[in-house]
Ligand binder design. Structure first.
Ligand SMILES: Nc1ncnc2c1ncn2[C@@H]1O[C@H](COP(=O)(O)OP(=O)(O)OP(=O)(O)O)[C@@H](O)[C@H]1O
Ligand SMILES: [Mg+2]
Length: 265
């Protein structure tokens, strides 16, 4: 049987910020319909990897392919076209606080709308029905005209998801979508994310600190440590020990560094 083309493919990808090596020799293929969790402690490179996948960051080495295109070889207009097919949900929501919810949801159209159409919509909202439908899907239909900064964290995360629904992408990238939420809201948002992904056979890549959600909600788990992939396994094969090792090893290294520094003082 022939293997389908991957939705995302990274070939020998490394990324440096100045002299700091954030990712080293990453090789990864993600196929249509997969739900992949990225796990790893703070600074492991999860957000950097997500930014490489959506083309907002170019690798210093290697190739990133998304939706069948080599991102390194695209003009900015071609890159924008590919980016329309990739919806990103950020940890800090990336919403404009002092706007009404409808405008933040309508931001999902920005890749398609002209500048003038976007401006017109800010004065008199366009596509109200589409926005209302998306808000209903994420469970807060009554908040269409609420001011975004008057919503709770969980509700703001739902607005960010509604914006992605309006964008209607083939793939969703979610960077720690539950990091600032309580356990109950975390479960609701993860359930919602999974439902929205499954309903339209979308692909989901989600970075998570909460290992229990990585195991309960994703089929595949990729573990990152200090910018490298240390495991890539089906969720049912990723044991708690394997997952915790990603964090434990870093803590051990950090502790031995700290002890060394203390001794040197
Ligand atoms: N713009 C930047 N300039 C310099 N270094 C950066 C920049 N962005 C990230 N880094 C560094 O790259 C490494 C990986 O960062 P990244 O944000 O990808 O980690 P992460 O796994 O998402 O961490 P967290 O769980 O805290 O969000 C970190 O050491 C970070 O300090
Ligand atoms: Mg991050």
């Amino acid at each position: 049987m022939c293997q389908p083309d991957p939705i995302f493919e990274l070939n020998h990808v490394s990324h440096q910020f100045g002299t700091f090596q954030a990712l080293t020799d990453i090789n990864l293929k993600i196929f249509a319909g997969e739900c992949v969790a990225l796990v790893g402690s703070s600074g492991a490179g999860k957000s950097t990897l997500i930014r490489l996948l959506n083309g907002t960051l170019r690798p210093t080495e290697g190739e990133v392919w998304a939706l069948g295109r080599n991102l390194n070889q695209l003009s900015s207009r071609q890159l924008q076209q590919v980016q329309r097919g990739i919806g990103t949900v950020y940890q800090q929501f990336h919403l404009v606080d002092n706007l009404r919810v409808i405008h933040n949801v309508n931001a999902g159209h920005l890749g398609r709308w002209s500048f003038w159409r976007a401006l017109r919509s800010l004065i008199h909202p366009l596509e109200v029905e589409t926005a209302a439908k998306a808000l209903a899907q994420v469970g807060i239909p009554e908040k269409l005209y609420a001011r975004t900064d008057q919503l709770s964290g969980g509700q703001q995360q739902r607005v960010a998801l509604a914006r992605v629904l309006v964008q209607d992408p083939l793939a969703i990238l979610a960077d720690e979508p539950i990091a600032s939420l309580d356990p109950e809201s975390s479960r609701e948002i993860m359930d919602l994310l999974l439902r929205l992904t499954n309903e339209n056979s979308r692909t989901l890549v989600v970075s998570l600190h909460a290992l229990e959600f990585a195991r309960s909600h994703c089929q595949r788990i990729v573990g990152l440590r200090q910018g490298q992939i240390v495991f890539d396994a089906p969720a049912e094969q990723a044991t708690r020990e394997m997952l915790e090792a990603v964090y434990r090893l870093e803590r051990k290294e950090w502790m031995s560094e700290t002890v060394k520094e203390e001794k040197e003082k």
